[in-house]
Ligand binder design. Structure first.
Ligand code: BG6
Length: 484
């Protein structure tokens, strides 16, 4: 490892949040896929926007032995890979705060992390706090947590855990106990980036700020809720992680359950961070444990040929589930969830499909009324209504109006990882999951984890197994109506 080139560490561009303390960010799994695609570009974006603390250093950690300069080059590649045009001056000020500490890290062997921290501590401030980010597979959370405790890196620290936090009810409980043995709950940030999406946050604003929307948010008006995230992308770049995880844990029991909770929650006592978090997380206790007849798994053709996939693996690359929420508001309304890789299109869509009204008008098209949200990008809201087709007769026609959140004047949307990392620096836990909520999520998922369905083979570029479509009770996936 080369000697660190010391760059003076001072305030970042336009830093306007002087209340933020000097910080040593430690990113575990810094050479991995998640760090490259999401976490490192998010730190750069925070810096560019002047949202980092005035004094900070980011230390990447991994098993390999990477020089500080190579790591800086690697981060540059990751940031450029997201399509950002770098301003060279700004970039070199950012890069000067990046270090790499190799040799791994656990309770018996800290690798070079403690030495690297020693070399930067005086630059950031002797009393700097830590923000640790564990961008690693779930199996590594426990050993890293033990290491942080053993090497005294948890004083004045916050720790971000990627998802999935646990992989079963038992492993969740063991991990959570281990985490609580090392730190206080207030230090724990269990991230689920779907909660950080602009459009996800809009779900509850739209509902609680508009009587029109609030009044239909129940089983008297809604026939079905769909939370549908088909993806065209494959898993070739992270096949080892994926093969150990599968679509059900990677997407359904995690992201899609959290979005379901956003829809299903009762009105919070207030819009304070704690009340919002409480409302979202407590409804998960009303998720009925999934039954095998309500779940379909699929595996895409060619998956078994990926180099890091186990021979004969039965890991699912597609999962669809019909979830029931046992509250008075949602009794008898199916929440139909789906996600899969290498499907025909990519969408991230939440849709409330409305019931047909009782009344005097005949021939109202079935399931025509819909309120649909795209969670992708900056977000979109679509409202489909039945109208009179202009003309001499009384014919009905269905039309859809669209509201794009990026058309909102003066809006300044933050990508989800940027928004959530910013919340961590500020200490705002409202968009993070709680141990109690996750315990309930794993409880609802348990029957499927204990006895997973056999995956049905599906073709690349298809809509996945027809058995999954059947869970929509003949309505079909709403995502198919929209252009990607
Ligand atoms: C990740 C999953 O958490 O979310 C991926 O591990 C999935 O499998 C991704 O593709 C979707 O994220 P995004 O950024 O497209 O919303």
């Amino acid at each position: 490892m080369s000697t660190p080139e010391v760059t003076p560490v001072g305030p970042g561009p336009g830093t306007d949040e002087p209340d933020q303390e000097p910080t040593i960010f430690v990113l575990f799994g810094a050479t991995g896929d998640l760090a490259h695609r999401m976490v490192l570009p998010a730190y750069y974006e925070l810096y560019r926007r002047g949202l980092m603390p005035a004094h900070w250093v980011l230390i990447g950690n991994g098993r390999g032995d990477v020089s500080h300069e190579d790591f800086q080059g690697d981060v540059r590649g990751a940031v450029e890979g997201t399509g950002v045009q770098l301003d060279e001056q700004e970039w070199s000020a950012f890069a000067g705060r990046l270090r790499f500490a190799g040799g791994g890290f656990d309770d018996t062997d800290p690798g070079s992390l403690l030495d690297v921290i020693d070399t930067v501590r005086h630059q950031v401030g002797d009393n700097a706090r830590y923000i640790h980010y564990l961008a690693v597979p779930p199996v590594a959370f426990g050993p890293l947590t033990d290491g942080l405790k053993a090497h005294d890196l948890l004083t004045r620290a916050r720790v971000v855990y990627e998802k999935p936090y646990g992989t079963s009810p038992q492993s969740f409980q063991e991990l959570d106990d281990r985490v609580h043995a090392a730190m206080d709950e207030s230090q724990v940030y269990r991230i689920d980036h779907f909660l950080g999406k602009e459009a996800t946050q809009d779900l509850h604003v739209l509902r609680f700020a508009n009587t029109l929307v609030a009044s239909i948010w129940n089983n008297r008006h809604v026939a079905q809720v769909q939370i549908d995230v088909p993806e065209t992308l494959d898993v070739a770049d992270r096949a080892a992680f994926y093969d150990a995880t599968g679509a059900f844990r990677d997407m359904v029991a995690t992201h899609l359950f959290q979005v379901a909770a956003e829809i299903a929650m009762e009105p919070p006592v207030s819009f304070s961070a704690a009340d919002l978090q409480d409302a979202r997380e407590s409804v998960i206790a009303a998720f009925r444990p999934l039954r095998s007849e309500d779940v379909v798994f699929g595996q895409v053709e060619g998956y078994l040929d990926l180099p890091e996939v186990r021979e004969g693996s039965t890991t699912e690359t597609y999962a669809a589930a019909r979830l029931w929420v046992d509250t008075d508001r949602w009794r008898d309304v199916p929440f139909v969830l789906r996600s899969g890789k290498q499907l025909a299109k990519s969408e991230q869509r939440v849709t409330l499909i409305l019931k047909e009204p009782d009344g005097p008008l005949d021939g109202v098209p079935l399931h025509a009324g819909e309120l649909s949200f795209s969670l992708a990008g900056d977000g979109e809201i679509e409202l489909s209504l039945v109208l009179k087709k202009p003309g001499p007769g009384l014919d009905t026609v269905r039309q859809t109006m669209r509201l794009s959140l990026d058309d909102v004047p003066d809006s300044d949307p933050l990508p989800p990882y940027v928004a959530l990392l910013h919340d961590v620096t500020l200490g705002d836990r409202s968009l993070f999951t709680t141990g109690a909520g996750l315990e309930q999520a794993w409880r609802a998922a348990a029957p499927i984890i204990d006895a997973p369905p056999t995956p049905i083979r599906y073709a690349v570029g298809s809509d996945g197994p027809a058995e999954g479509d059947a869970l929509t009770d003949g309505i079909g996936w709403v995502a198919a109506q929209f252009d990607s």
